[in-house]
Design a protein around this ligand. Structure first.
Ligand code: CTP
Length: 404
């Protein structure tokens, strides 16, 4: 999945012949799963029509401060547009637009929006070879880079003037590749390996029966997706569940029993930076698993159970530098019990679910958690979707690496 998936992209098109290539560019953004809004300078409309770009972007194209054609003139709010964007790209960026960007000459919607943008801004220059080397243009590049904007260098080749040399706007495919590589390199968990457990475990009684629980696995899958979105390499060890990883980069290892989960976790743990135990592992399993289906005979029937291995505690016992996060599901003395689990299982952070909180627990879309860290700092969170809880948990991981 492209790192551009779900990103809100503001494409600023200025007036150069390369503007015709923005049709392909918008199409590639949409194909990558991005949301696109386009701002055109008045001059760019001579090279590509707003209708083309609005059709491809599935959004109206903005080009003036207000829409003259509307009966009640509607103001195009450049501040809102700028704040909407996760990323702004000016392509093609002509020498005129680049110069206005450096001096703050906001006589068109594109430059006014640029000046309001807080998101990363990229620009892909396009001009003739001598213009591309002119000191005034070079000083625009230097100024814009000093503002933190990122240049996508022009390519060499045949130019509209008939001359050949450096100055062609980078090809749309190359612009996409540049953006993807740049965004990926800046993901906060890039280079980190994360092991996550999810779902229930099934403990066999006989070939057709098992002891299980109602865990859906959603929390663990949301964590895995979010961790992968943040650039981590994710190994998700999942008990029986119908969930699939939305992010195709998550490596899912399906297991059935607590022992299977234990074995897989221990295979990977030494090589990971973070482990998050979100699985609802069975605490007990039948001591003997019948090799044939148990027939009903006596009126009463009991199964002798034995403890399963505590996976999280076993990882805590051998951990070196791994950041270890566990969950605790409690119904009473929540904080005290969770604190005891931090110590007993040697955790860095525990995510406490109280079944007394409405909206928390199994088979729910939402969760209400409290974070407790190693120093017993307690941080209660609001009731939110499990996706948002996953974001909060991974923010703790990002923060941990930012500090260390
Ligand atoms: N856990 C685990 N292996 C087990 C049991 C639990 O890895 N055999 C992990 C869970 O994934 C969770 C944490 O331990 O992150 C807490 O599990 P929980 O069931 O709340 O606590 P227990 O330690 O099992 O204690 P109790 O059931 O007595 O509360």
């Amino acid at each position: 999945m492209s790192v551009l998936n779900g990103k809100k992209i503001l494409l600023g098109v200025s007036g150069g012949i390369a503007a015709y290539k923005t049709a392909s560019l918008v199409r590639l953004f949409i194909k990558a799963g991005a949301h696109v809004q386009v701002i055109m300078t008045p001059a760019s409309k001579d090279f590509v029509t707003p209708l083309t770009l609005s059709t491809l972007s599935k959004n109206p194209v903005h080009s003036s401060f207000f829409n003259q054609d509307d009966e009640d003139a509607v103001w195009n709010n450049h501040v809102d547009l700028a704040l909407w964007a996760d990323l702004m790209l000016i392509a093609p960026a002509t020498s005129n637009t680049l110069s206005k960007m450096t001096t703050g000459n906001s006589d068109n919607l594109l430059v006014a929006t640029y000046l309001s943008a807080k998101c990363p801004v990229y620009f892909a220059p396009a001009m003739d070879l001598d213009m591309y080397k002119h000191p005034s243009v070079l000083s625009s590049f230097t100024a814009l880079k000093s503002f933190g904007n990122i240049m996508i260098p022009a390519e060499s080749g045949e130019l509209a003037s008939g001359l050949s040399g450096e100055g062609r706007m980078a090809e749309p495919e190359n612009i996409i590749a540049f953006l993807e590589a740049d965004l990926e390199s800046k993901l906060p968990l890039k280079g980190k390996k994360i092991l996550i457990t999810a779902g229930p475990t099934y403990e066999a009684i006989d070939p057709v029966r098992f002891i299980g629980n109602h865990s859906s696995g959603k929390m663990g899958f949301d964590l895995a997706n979010e961790a992968a979105n943040l650039g981590a390499q994710v190994i998700l060890v999942a008990g029986p569940t119908h969930y699939k990883a939305k992010n195709g980069l998550v490596e899912v290892i399906n297991v059935v029993s607590a022992q299977d989960m234990y074995d897989v976790c221990h295979e990977y743990f030494n090589n990971v930076d973070v482990a998050i135990a979100a699985a609802a592992v069975a605490d007990y399993r039948p001591k003997v698993v019948a090799s044939q289906k148990i027939k009903k005979a006596a009126d009463e029937f009991s199964i002798e159970l034995e403890k399963t291995k505590d996976i999280l505690a076993s990882l805590g016992a051998i951990k070196k530098n791994q950041f270890l996060i566990g969950f605790a599901l409690e119904t009473e003395n929540e904080i005290e019990n969770a604190k005891l689990k931090i110590q007993k299982k040697n955790l860095d952070l525990i995510v406490l679910n109280s079944l007394q909180d409405e909206g928390a627990g199994f088979k729910k879309e939402t969760n209400k958690v409290t974070f407790i860290d190693q120093d017993f700092k307690i941080e209660p969170m609001e009731l939110k979707s499990k996706e948002s809880v996953a974001v909060d948990i991974l923010n703790k991981v990002v923060l941990h690496f930012a500090k260390s």
